[in-house]
Design a protein around this ligand. Structure first.
Ligand SMILES: [Zn+2]
Length: 224
């Protein structure tokens, strides 16, 4: 925070530093709301899962996923947390923190660990959806699920990606329907997404995030 070491973008830009309070704070606040009111909530943030216990990198400075899990656990708000990481890339920072602290109460499922090429997905994504169903079942007994709804698995993403719009929607449907079925507090965030339109804008990424939001709202549940 005092610009002595590089941030996850490998620079010391003061604007990035000022955004870090917001991103991790947003994730924590949205997760706390999900737990307290037993709902699906959204933190419109990115830049967490490559940040480890002692390092940042790949656009990630602090791991807001793990800050959130650790803070809510320390406050006694949750005993267990599931992290369902459906970004296209391996969440090495999250895995590093779990290992460094020897955490047994965090269930961590990472799509990027298994699906790196089109062959890995199986025909029509069959292997991917099998993995997703198993992962959702595994986290369904947790007190909170943190879902990284990455847009970078999209088939046209320059740093992704093998899933079509329809398959991404199926992914989100499975996750949010699973949460509703189990009455499971769930917070989702944006994670990666690197497509650009003809003018260099990020409207294609917003398109995917909007589709995720629509499915989340359709599957909202209310315990009270
Ligand atoms: Zn990614």
């Amino acid at each position: 925070m005092n610009l002595v070491i590089d941030n996850g973008f490998h620079n010391r830009d003061v604007e990035i530093v000022s955004s870090l309070f917001y991103t991790t704070g947003s994730m924590l606040a949205a997760a706390a709301h999900a737990v307290i009111y037993k709902r699906i909530t959204c933190s419109p943030t990115s830049g967490f899962h490559h940040a480890g216990y002692r390092f940042g990198g790949d656009f990630c400075t602090f791991n807001g996923l793990m800050v959130t899990a650790l803070k809510l656990q320390a406050l006694g708000k949750v005993k267990s947390v599931g992290i369902l990481d459906c970004d296209a890339h391996y969440g090495n920072g999250t895995a590093d923190i779990i290992e460094e602290l020897g955490l047994t109460w965090v269930k961590h499922h990472i799509a990027g660990e298994f699906f790196a090429s089109i062959e890995d997905f199986g025909s029509n994504g069959s292997e991917y959806f099998k993995w997703l169903e198993m992962s959702i079942n595994d986290v369904s007994t947790c007190d909170l699920v943190i879902y990284q709804a990455g847009a970078d698995p999209h088939i046209e993403d320059s740093l992704g990606g093998f899933l079509t719009d329809q398959q991404l929607m199926s992914r989100d449907c499975m996750v949010f329907k699973g949460a509703r079925r189990a009455k499971l507090p769930l917070v989702w965030n944006l994670a990666g997404g690197y497509r650009r339109d003809a003018e260099g804008g990020i409207s294609p990424v917003f398109h995917t995030h909007r589709a995720t939001a629509k499915v989340a709202i359709e599957n909202q549940f209310d315990m009270y």
